[in-house]
Design a protein around this ligand. Structure first.
Ligand SMILES: [Zn+2]
Ligand SMILES: [Zn+2]
Length: 220
């Protein structure tokens, strides 16, 4: 077959597929020309024209025709969960074991094959006593239903009203005492939650901060 560009030596490749992925923080920083930390940074001369400066600080262009603009990366001082992805975050948390981070649906089949990679995971353990019951993550409220556009614009505290909770599943509340306490959980039950210091091990429901939701847990 004829190589169309062989004469001029232009390298050619055959495109077989495209994959889409999320950028990592490092990739975002690599491809950005400026960090947005202060509100005034959004008009930084590094992001392109017009910016009040005579030229673009990244490419040196002096007219908008010569500069398409350059991307920046916004650095928020605290972790914020995107309200539009809130429900997906809850779904993902519920599909993954909090201890060994394997997908829950694969867990049983793997174990039935005799694989023991999760045998040491206390949350996956099926020894009958089930000392470490499953955790169910829940959205306290559904942002898609409650957050109309108008509400987001007029209610600046709306982020306080959406939270993710982690709840112990399948524990029967001891109804003989009316204070709602349950059987005592193992002391390290909530250890999968970063920076959580439970005052007592019989807490069956905790509220997670966005930081706790998004921070990768340490090695187990
Ligand atoms: Zn430019
Ligand atoms: Zn596990």
């Amino acid at each position: 077959m004829e190589e169309p560009n062989a004469e001029v030596g232009i390298p050619t490749v055959e495109l077989r597929g495209i994959t889409f992925d999320l950028m990592t923080n490092t990739e975002m920083e690599k491809s950005s020309s400026a960090s947005i930390v202060e509100p005034s940074d959004v008009t930084s001369a590094k992001l392109g024209l017009p910016n009040g400066a005579p030229q673009c600080e990244t490419c040196g262009a002096q007219t908008v025709r010569e500069c398409d603009g350059h991307s920046g990366v916004i650095k928020l001082p605290a972790t914020v969960l995107n309200p539009h992805l809130f429900e997906e975050v809850v779904q993902l948390l519920n599909q993954t074991c909090p201890g060994c981070h394997t997908p829950k649906q694969n867990r049983d089949s793997k174990r039935s094959n005799g694989a023991t990679s999760q045998a040491t995971c206390k949350y996956c353990s099926k020894d009958g006593t089930k000392q470490y019951p499953d955790v169910i993550f829940k959205a306290l409220t559904s942002p898609r239903i409650t957050l109309s556009k108008a509400k987001v614009q007029h209610d600046y505290n709306f982020m306080d009203k959406i939270s993710i909770t982690a709840e112990v599943a399948g524990r029967v509340t001891d109804k003989s005492n009316n204070n709602g306490s349950c059987e005592v959980l193992p002391l390290d039950y909530w250890d999968f939650v970063p920076h959580h210091h439970p005052p007592q091990s019989n807490m069956t429901k905790i509220l997670l901060s966005p930081y706790q939701v998004s921070t990768p847990p340490g090695p187990y």
